[in-house]
Design a protein around this ligand. Structure first.
Ligand code: 3HC
Length: 683
């Protein structure tokens, strides 16, 4: 064994049991050193006369959590994982995997190649490769269908879900599940095999796949759930095609398809998304977060009650403040309603919901915020209202309390400047519904202290949100880009693209919802009112005129049964010729000549609007990294994960192509609408 392998994988002897320990922090990923170490260890112990049974176990927080993501994109190095797992399975002595934490991907493939599997009862297993645009590449499709049966295996491989070992108890996955003392019990299990003389290996690869499974019936559901992702469909095809093959032929085909997917843009996008999320959570500042236990929330409307629900669900105690007793009752009712909904949908038990609600209090008296560690306001979007409120908070809150605003657009520097402790003011911008949506923008204002930023990011983690640090500007990162995107969509409506055409083009490309259906859902008047507070951009005659036209016609969206679409009794959107008529008339009055616009132009202009604004945000220092923008769009705006995010799309095109396309748009529509954006940040 070379030195690195020796530290990543070590051997110990316990009487006739050979213990192979993987110790490769943080998650025992299958780096080259671990792969080589495993092969060396198996070969040494197989040749060791004294060893009768071998155990593979891990140090640290988990059994092997998969292939080493850090090695993706680099040339593969021997020994390759399929050879490693095959060598383990071929071992002439029984090999036991001792599972805890999350045995994922290649880690689960190692476990499946062992002859026995034992586990602690909290252990989970999974084949999450589809989440990275891949399929298992080291026998995972083959051995899972032999051991668990095609139905369970297909479900795991195509969904990527982690499954508890106790849920798989009857499937034959494990030979023993322990409540505690995993190491001690694993060795006892090994010793019992020796005592009973069970010294021949039991190879999953030599089993047959059950023959009575209806593959075709399963296919439609898998294709539907994949929603444009290739990997789950490829996984299905691989499993169906290889079900009757030998393990070696099946693994050869699996590997071939794995390698094709590994070169795909979807896989690059999904791996980028995984890395982007990890990067976004990292701060370059060195400050210890403050403890936050009690949180004050001002405003019990949809936003405030959603935020309160999120905090209560993560075991914080919440003090809700409203202006009147009636409004307070309404807010408390909404929060309790959210928990009742969770119970009804089976998301949590009644007891768990009751425990959360027990931490909720409400008042109309601001003095009750005096002992809160963090206060978040979610009141009406008006700078003067917010300034008055912050002055009150300045009076009643304790000295080190963090004072946060959930504003979507307003200038946080201006709010902070009016109180005595601007360093305690931060933006915590949740997305609606705040108890469901994963994204939170943490907005650092000019004077916000590092400790307050670190605390807000840490709170985001406790809320299980994806938090991204951004700076102050109109709309911060997400909504500023959303405004630019919306502007372009609205302009195309005036130029002659239809509502249906736009939504179809964007959902066809992969967006979760069409942008105009989104407007109808959230209420066209909401954005319209927010924009009305800003000066109208004189250079942009069409600026959100389509939305204004709808509002003028009383078409506010779903809530008035009419917006860009008309909604029948069944709530389904229908195209309405009146909308086309209204837009045609508006275009005419603005001197805009209508023409036919195809899906490609719609997608290109929408995407380049995002790219152009994203580059401008980077240039202005509003975001720390281009990939932070992708995280925002993946989690806040329904951008398809398998397309990586707008800035990943830009990077795929390359800086020269992006610069050329932006220049073309500028020539066609003018410098005011398509200002020059520097592509250097893509470097
Ligand atoms: N390779 C390398 N590093 C990894 C890793 C991996 N597969 N998975 C996680 N890490 C790192 C993270 O980057 C992070 O590093 P940091 O502390 O420096 O930021 C650290 O491990 C801890 O990760 P998390 O913060 O995510 O910790 P959690 O406890 O929340 O979650 C986890 C742990 C469940 C293992 C989660 O990280 C995860 O889901 N990882 C991805 C696992 C995966 O997709 N495995 C399959 C890989 S594909 C494969 O195996 C192909 C094979 O079939 C051929």
């Amino acid at each position: 064994m070379n030195n690195e392998n020796q530290t990543a994988v070590t051997i110990e002897h316990r009487n006739h049991v050979g213990l192979v320990t993987v110790n490769y922090a943080p998650v025992n990923a299958l780096s080259q050193a671990v792969r080589a170490g495993l092969v060396d260890a198996i070969e040494q112990l197989e040749a060791d006369f004294n060893t009768k049974v071998i155990v593979i176990r891990c140090e640290g927080r988990t059994f092997i959590a998969g292939a080493d993501i850090k090695e993706f994109g680099k040339p593969p190095t021997a020994p390759f994982l399929p050879d490693v797992v095959n060598r383990i399975e071929a071992c002439e002595k029984p090999v036991i995997a001792s599972l805890f934490g999350t045995s994922l991907g290649g880690g689960f493939e190692v476990a499946l190649a062992c002859h026995y599997r034992v586990a602690i009862n909290s252990a989970k297993v999974g084949l999450p490769e589809v989440n990275l645009g891949l399929i298992p590449g080291a026998g995972g499709t083959q051995r899972s269908m032999r051991l668990l049966g095609p139905k369970q295996a297909l479900d795991m491989v195509t969904s990527g879900k982690h499954v508890g070992v106790t849920a798989l108890k009857d499937s034959g996955l494990t030979d023993a599940i322990f409540e505690k003392d995993l190491d001690k019990n694993t060795i006892a299990f090994a010793e019992q095999l020796i005592a009973e003389g069970k010294l021949t290996p039991r190879r999953v690869g030599e089993m047959n796949v059950l023959g009575d499974f209806d593959w075709q019936a399963a296919k439609a559901g898998i294709v539907k759930k994949a929603r444009g992702k290739d990997a789950p469909v490829v996984a299905f095809d691989v499993m169906e095609k290889t079900q009757a093959m030998s393990i070696s032929d099946g693994m050869a085909y699996e590997r071939e398809q794995f390698l094709i997917l590994r070169k795909s843009e979807q896989s690059a996008a999904l791996i980028h998304a995984f890395g982007a999320e990890k990067a976004a959570s990292k701060l370059s500042i060195d400050a210890k977060p403050l403890d936050v236990v009690k949180v004050g929330i001002i405003g019990g409307g949809n936003m405030g009650s959603g935020i309160a629900t999120a905090f209560l669900s993560s075991k914080f105690s919440v003090q809700l403040i409203e202006q009147t007793e009636e409004a307070l009752e309404g807010g408390l009712g909404r929060i309790k309603g959210n928990f009742a909904g969770n119970v009804k949908r089976g998301r949590m038990s009644q007891q768990a919901a009751d425990d959360c609600v027990a931490q909720l209090n409400g008042s109309i008296d601001y003095q009750t915020l005096a002992d809160c560690d963090l206060v978040i306001e979610a009141v009406f979007e008006d700078i003067d209202v917010k300034k008055t409120l912050f002055a009150k908070l300045d009076d009643v809150c304790k000295a080190d309390a963090i004072l946060a605003t959930n504003t979507s657009y307003l200038d946080i520097d201006e709010i902070a400047a009016t109180i005595s402790r601007p360093q305690q003011v931060v933006g915590m911008h949740f997305f609606s519904p705040a108890n469901i949506m994963k994204l939170m923008e943490v907005v650092k204002a000019d004077k916000t202290s590092d400790q307050v930023v670190a605390t807000a990011m840490n709170v985001g983690k406790k809320l299980k949100k994806v938090s991204v640090l951004v700076g102050v500007c109109f709309g911060f990162a997400g909504n500023r880009m959303y405004t630019r995107y919306g502007r372009e969509i609205q302009q195309m409506l005036l130029e002659g693209a239809t509502v249906e055409q736009i939504d179809k083009a964007m959902t066809g490309w992969g967006m979760a919802m069409g942008p105009l259906a989104v407007q109808d859902l959230s209420g066209i008047d909401i954005g319209h009112n927010a924009r009305s507070a800003q000066p109208f951009p004189e250079h942009d005659q069409g600026y959100f005129r389509a939305a204004a036209t709808m509002v003028e016609a009383g078409r506010l969206g779903r809530k008035t049964q009419a917006g860009f679409y008309t909604y029948g009794e069944d709530g389904k959107p229908q195209n309405d010729p009146q909308v086309e008529e209204l837009l045609r008339a508006k275009a005419k009055s603005l001197g805009i000549t209508q023409r036919k616009i195809d899906a490609e132009e719609i997608v290109d202009r929408a995407l380049f609007a995002l790219i152009s604004e994203g580059l401008a945000l980077m240039e202005a220092g509003i975001v720390q990294r281009l990939s932070d923008i992708d995280v925002i769009w993946l989690h806040g705006y329904g951008f398809p994960r398998h397309k990586g995010g707008p800035m990943f799309q830009a990077q795929q095109l390359g800086d020269v192509n992006v610069a050329n396309s932006l220049a073309d748009l500028q020539n066609q529509f003018g410098e005011d609408i398509w200002p020059i954006t520097d592509t250097d940040a893509m470097g």
